[in-house]
Structures are given as structure tokens and as C-alpha cells.
Design a protein around this ligand. Structure first.
Ligand SMILES: [Zn+2]
Length: 428
């Protein structure tokens, strides 16, 4: 394992990150900061995709696009028939996001290829850089969409039929933006996958390290809850006669917080991020409420129990509030544990680079949890400032942390790409 270490060009990496952040740049009223708005398969996303593909080609990668709009760039290996070593992430963003979420993994991967080119480093296995469609799930309601189709968890047909709030479908938007790839383009057959991503949490900064090795991703459940009561006059309807869907919605929000604090469901985190009343009039009791419930916990049994409890609580709203509720699942992923072999390789590589690290579970969902179903997978986390805040323009990882994370990615990928087939990690 004491082969040559490479170092990426940090200025070039940073410059690329900052240039991509200009595409879809927006003003965020809440923070007063410039943010990034590149919802999947919008014009801004398409423009960013074209830019990233141009950078891939400049780095000598051969680019192909699949039918869900995932983009792959390939650098040949000397053993061209061998499975590839894959790295990547996503370039779509939430409505007011930052410059690093997803992009660090994609632009970092391109920087790895540029660095290998600079060093004149040939590899045994081919290396591929990928970015996956609609990772955020903000526009079409299902996150990790492109990687889930690649991994076979979701069918292409299911993904194509998803629609946004205006009724536009994934299939139509792929065609409109020019990213409906040809039928015959094959999926990657990876030997291993590594995704470099900002942590989006406070663990690394608290430990005083720039990089982390991710051991897995917690279970995530997204549900839509529709509550149905009865409209009535705000002034004349006696309190005891109301079927107030707004009040029931508030009860659900409070109950979810109570569930998190109870300890009954492990380290559950629950969030109601969207809530809309109908008819939404000042002087009318809400007849309906629609809300989303996001629940996460690093334990599948705890998630099963939390979902069952929520369903029971919603059923009980009829008794307490005269309001009926129906829950509809939008997305659910089980706990994913990443490959111990890839984690061990990352740990050994970090040691060789002199980079201190911690091991951490991911609180957020990532494409890596999907790709883990088809090949040994792990992730590199990069520390963020302001407590690792993300999904806001305040998201910030400094150039040193980004450079260290991509150095770790580069050297781990290089080692994987030169592993003889059959001996996964050279006996480490
Ligand atoms: Zn992300």
C-alpha cells in the first residue's frame, strides 16, 4: 500500500466549485446571501449539466447519458474489460442551497481525473465520474431518484411518471432539457464506489478534523399526511363543535416532537417541513391540512415502530378532533451500512496522507446509499463551518477542508483502480 501519493490542485478545485455556483445563483431573502437554486431538470440544472459535461470532456472523459439523465464520464484503464471504479454525487440543489452539497463529490471527482492526468498516472481499471438526477427530491418528490434507478430500487417507468407541482413529468423534462439519454447506454458496472460529500452536520468540526469516513446512512421515511375536517365560521362555530384540521395538524407536529424526545424510538429525528391549510382564509376554520413528515433514525426497528405509532396517532385524531387523516408514503430507505473494506482503505489512505479523521453515520440521504446495493461503497465527509449547516446559502466548507477531502478521494480511488481483480484491498 505504500505506493505514490498524489495531491490534487486545490486552487483549480475551488475555482471550479465557485464557477458552478454561479449557475442558478439566486438571492436568498431569508439570509440576504447569494444562494444556489438548481432544481432537478430545470433550465438552471440543464445549464450546469452542460458545463460539468464540458469539464468532463476537457479532462479527457468519454461521456454518456442514461435514460434517467444520469451522466457518466469514463477514463480508460489498461484492463479495459475490468469493472470501473466509480465516484460522483449530484449537482441539483434545494430551492435555496449552497455551493458545496453534491457538487463537491462531482467536481472533486473531475479534479481527481485532472490530477491523475497531471501525474500521467495510468490505472488498471477504468475510472468513472457520475452525477445522478434529482438527488434532492425537491422537485419531483422522490430523493436519490437517478441513483435509485441505476441501483434497481426504483424502475425507470416509475421515475419517468413522477410529476412536479405544475404537472410536468420527469420523462418530459428529460426530453425538454436534452438529457433523455439513449436506450442502449449501459449502467456502470462498478468494482467500488466512493462519494465525497460535505458532512451537513457538526460532528467533524466538533472533533477538529477536516475529513470523516462514513460508516452508513440512517433510515429515512417521507410521508404525506392529508387531514380532513370541516370548514366553519370562525366567529359563530362553538369550539366544542369544530372539526379543525389546523388544530389536528398542530397536534401531529407536537406529537412528532414528543416521539423524538421520548427515547422510545431510538435517536429519532422528525420534521414537518411543509404544511398547507384549506381553504386558508382568516375567518374560516380549516377544512383540510396537507403536511409532510420526514423521519430519520439509524435503526430499522425503531423506524418501523415510529411509523406504526404515527399511523395510530393519526387514526386517533377522529376521536379527539373529529378529523380524519390519511398517510401516503413518498419515500422510504432502510439503514445502509457501507463496505468495511472500502472504509478500511479510506482509513489507511487518510493515515498515509497524515489526515486525522473520525468515523460517522450520515444523517442525510446520499446517492451512495443506493449505489451500495450494486458494489462495495463508502463515503468521505468534508467538514462544514457554522456547525455544518447545509441546504442554505450559509453552507460553507473552506478550501483546505475541500482539498483534504478530495486528496483522500483521489488516493483511495487510485488504489482501488490499481488493485488486481479478486484481491479487493491487497490484504489490508
Ligand atoms: Zn447532497
Amino acid at each position: 500500500m505504500n505506493d505514490q501519493l498524489v495531491r490534487v490542485n486545490r486552487d483549480r478545485l475551488w475555482d471550479t466549485l465557485m464557477r458552478l455556483a454561479q449557475i442558478g445563483s439566486c438571492h436568498d431573502a431569508a439570509t440576504g446571501l447569494p444562494g444556489v437554486r438548481r432544481l432537478a431538470l430545470t433550465d438552471e440544472d440543464a445549464q450546469a449539466r452542460r458545463q460539468v459535461i464540458a469539464w468532463m470532456r476537457e479532462a479527457g472523459l468519454v461521456v454518456r447519458i442514461d435514460r434517467i439523465g444520469n451522466v457518466y464520464g469514463r477514463r480508460a484503464g489498461t484492463g479495459e474489460d475490468l469493472p470501473c471504479v466509480l465516484m460522483g454525487s449530484h449537482i441539483d440543489s434545494v430551492a435555496t442551497g449552497g455551493a458545496f452539497d453534491g457538487t463537491l463529490g462531482v467536481l472533486g471527482a473531475i479534479e481527481v481525473v485532472r490530477t491523475l492526468n497531471d501525474y500521467g498516472a495510468a490505472t488498471l481499471k477504468p475510472i468513472e465520474v457520475g452525477f445522478f438526477t434529482e438527488e434532492e427530491g425537491v422537485r419531483f418528490g422522490t430523493d436519490m431518484l437517478g441513483s435509485a434507478v441505476t441501483a434497481g430500487r426504483l424502475t425507470l417507468d416509475y421515475a419517468h411518471k413522477l410529476t412536479d407541482d405544475t404537472g410536468a413529468s420527469v420523462a418530459d423534462e428529460l426530453v425538454r432539457t436534452g438529457f433523455d439519454g439513449p436506450e442502449h447506454e449501459r449502467r456502470p458496472i462498478p468494482f467500488a464506489y466512493i462519494e465525497c460529500h460535505i458532512e451537513q452536520g457538526p460532528i467533524l468540526a466538533a472533533a477538529g478534523v477536516d475529513v470523516g469516513i462514513v460508516i452508513g446512512v440512517q433510515s429515512i421515511s417521507w410521508q404525506r399526511l392529508e387531514l380532513r375536517g370541516a370548514a366553519g365560521h370562525a366567529g359563530t362555530t362553538p369550539i366544542e363543535h369544530r372539526q379543525d384540521a389546523g388544530l389536528a395538524a398542530a397536534a401531529v407536529i407536537v406529537e412528532i416532537r414528543r416521539m423524538c424526545e421520548s427515547g422510545q424510538f431510538g435517536e429519532l429525528r422528525g420534521t414537518v417541513g411543509r404544511l398547507a391549510f384549506e381553504p386558508a382564509q382568516t375567518n374560516v376554520i380549516p377544512a383540510g391540512a396537507t403536511m409532510t413528515v420526514d423521519m430519520r433514525v439509524p435503526d430499522d426497528d425503531a423506524m418501523t415502530a415510529a411509523e406504526a405509532h404515527l399511523a395510530e396517532f393519526v387514526a386517533g385524531l377522529a376521536r379527539g378532533y373529529g378529523v380524519t387523516g390519511s398517510l401516503e408514503r413518498m419515500a422510504k430507505t432502510r439503514v445502509v451500512r457501507f463496505s468495511r473494506d472500502v472504509q478500511a482503505l479510506l482509513a489507511a489512505t487518510a493515515d498515509d496522507l497524515g489526515l486525522p479523521y473520525v468515523k460517522a453515520m450520515s444523517g442525510a440521504g446520499h446517492d451512495a446509499q443506493e449505489i451500495a446495493a450494486i458494489c462495495p461503497t463508502a463515503m468521505v465527509f468534508v467538514a462544514g463551518e457554522h456547525g455544518g449547516v447545509s441546504h442554505t446559502p450559509r453552507e460553507y466548507s473552506n478550501p483546505t477542508a475541500c482539498g483534504n477531502g478530495v486528496d483522500l478521494l483521489a488516493n483511495a480511488i487510485l488504489r482501488l483502480a490499481n488493485q488486481p481483480e479478486g484481491s479487493f484491498l491487497g490484504g489490508s
